[in-house]
Design a protein around this ligand. Structure first.
Ligand SMILES: N[C@@H](CCC(=O)N[C@@H](CS(=O)(=O)O)C(=O)NCC(=O)O)C(=O)O
Length: 215
């Protein structure tokens, strides 16, 4: 049964797409237009009650929350494609640590910037300058910690590419290319080299080629 991934145009679903490419898992992308509110229709809400993408259907098994989905496939297909979880329990612990850092420190700051800098103007809504300034400051602090870490190891969890690095691609792409704040990465030598390394992976290039962002 082919895996169905809903909402491929958007950021969080792209976290799932790049993981499926890395794990060499065949999938079918199902477009959902957030601007038309298709994610708030009853049929979709029955599957994803929070009305967000991604949603994955794998036969009778349905899963949402992008980081839960990538952990599921990284585990289920551990011996297929790229190993994304590390080889020891200690390495796995560090993968989980940096996945949590991405979810609770990196993502909220970049998500707010994407909403305020990119999407608010699209909707004709005013941008909240206070949120932008706070998010900029938070992102600088987070990236300073990344700079320190990446001065010691090639990737966040160690000297191996993992889910922790992969999880940054979808919104890191916005940060570096579309928010006017790419300098926050480029000014940090090790973060910049790390970004160039992970974003040049064939899996991520395939995502960008096949599933355009809405903006
Ligand atoms: N924690 C969720 C967040 C999902 C999420 O925020 N999805 C956005 C799209 S994107 O920001 O990830 O591109 C969405 O569906 N937004 C629709 C809405 O909030 O109405 C995950 O990681 O899957």
């Amino acid at each position: 049964m082919v895996v169905k991934v809903y909402g491929p145009a958007y950021g969080s679903p792209k976290r799932v797409l790049v993981c499926l490419f890395e794990k060499e898992i065949e999938f079918e992308a199902v477009d959902i237009d957030l601007f038309k509110g298709e994610h708030k229709q009853p049929d979709f809400l029955k599957l994803q009650p929070f009305g967000e993408v991604p949603l994955v259907q794998d036969g009778d098994y349905t899963l949402y929350e992008s980081r839960a989905i990538i952990r599921y496939y990284a585990e289920k297909y551990k011996n297929q494609g790229t190993d994304l979880l590390g080889k020891t329990v200690e390495e796995r612990g560090l993968v989980e640590q940096w996945l949590e850092v991405e979810a609770h420190s990196f993502h909220p700051a970049i998500y707010n910037l994407v909403i305020q800098v990119l999407f608010a103007p699209l909707k004709g809504a005013p941008s909240d300058q206070k949120v932008i300034e706070e998010s900029d400051e938070k992102l600088k602090k987070v990236l300073d910690i990344y700079e320190e870490r990446l001065s010691k190891t090639k990737y966040l969890a160690g000297d191996f590419f993992s889910l922790a690095d992969l999880s940054h691609l979808a919104f890191g792409h916005y940060l570096v290319n579309q928010t006017g704040r790419g300098n926050l990465v480029r000014e940090r030598k090790h973060v910049s080299a790390w970004w160039d390394d992970i974003s040049s992976r064939p899996s991520w290039k395939k995502v960008l080629e096949q599933y355009k962002y809405p903006v």
